[in-house]
Design a protein around this ligand. Structure first.
Ligand SMILES: C[S@@+](CC[C@H](N)C(=O)[O-])C[C@H]1O[C@@H](n2cnc3c(N)ncnc32)[C@H](O)[C@@H]1O
Length: 165
């Protein structure tokens, strides 16, 4: 992903700085970012550690937008095991649990952003697909799609806008 991002910004006059790091333990100053966006990232590492770190580096008057997978139903033990092994995660949160984690990290105002119903699809023209993609990844993608087809109501997503103050 970093390689793709570097490539994408290479020829652009941009002030984007790409830094590799572990979201659970960021090598970044406290209280230093005006805005954070996380698109389907926080659900994968340890969620509590990650939201604590994001709250730490966000300025007190900053804001964070995150879009993360969310359990829409109570998962049986068997389904939970399947989800954990498929996505390499240790927990899957429902909406209330996300809000609780965010509050525990210090976010005081948490809003759910409803996806607009009138989104206009448009063609993405700067996809830089890798030439050699390991065939195992296609199998994994099929496994993901099959799982979602078999359990269409089980896992959704929420978009949250969060403020510390
Ligand atoms: C489902 S993908 C989302 C990708 C992202 N939306 C994008 O467009 O690049 C999950 C991403 O989370 C990253 N990730 C997982 N654990 C992480 C961690 N501990 N620290 C930083 N990134 C992590 C993975 O490397 C992967 O790129």
């Amino acid at each position: 992903m970093l390689e793709k991002a570097r490539e994408r910004f290479k020829n652009k006059e941009s002030r984007v700085k790409i830094i590799e790091g572990d979201a659970q333990n960021l090598n970044l100053e406290d209280n230093s970012f005006d805005f954070i966006i996380a698109e389907s990232v926080i659900a994968f590492p340890d969620i509590s550690k990650t939201v604590d770190e994001l709250a730490r580096v966000l300025k007190s008057d900053g804001s964070m937008i995150m879009i993360e997978m969310t359990a829409e139903q109570c998962l049986s033990d068997e389904l939970q095991r399947k989800v954990f092994s498929l996505y390499g995660i240790n927990e899957i949160l429902n909406e209330e649990e996300w809000i609780l984690k965010l509050q525990q990290a210090g976010f005081t105002r948490i809003e759910i952003i409803n996806a607009p119903v009138d989104l206009i699809p448009y063609e993405i023209n700067d996809i830089n697909q890798s030439e050699n993609i390991n065939l195992d990844f296609y199998d994994l993608w099929d496994e993901h799609n099959n799982f979602i087809d078999q359990h269409p109501q089980l896992i959704g997503f929420r978009a949250f806008r969060c403020y510390l103050t």
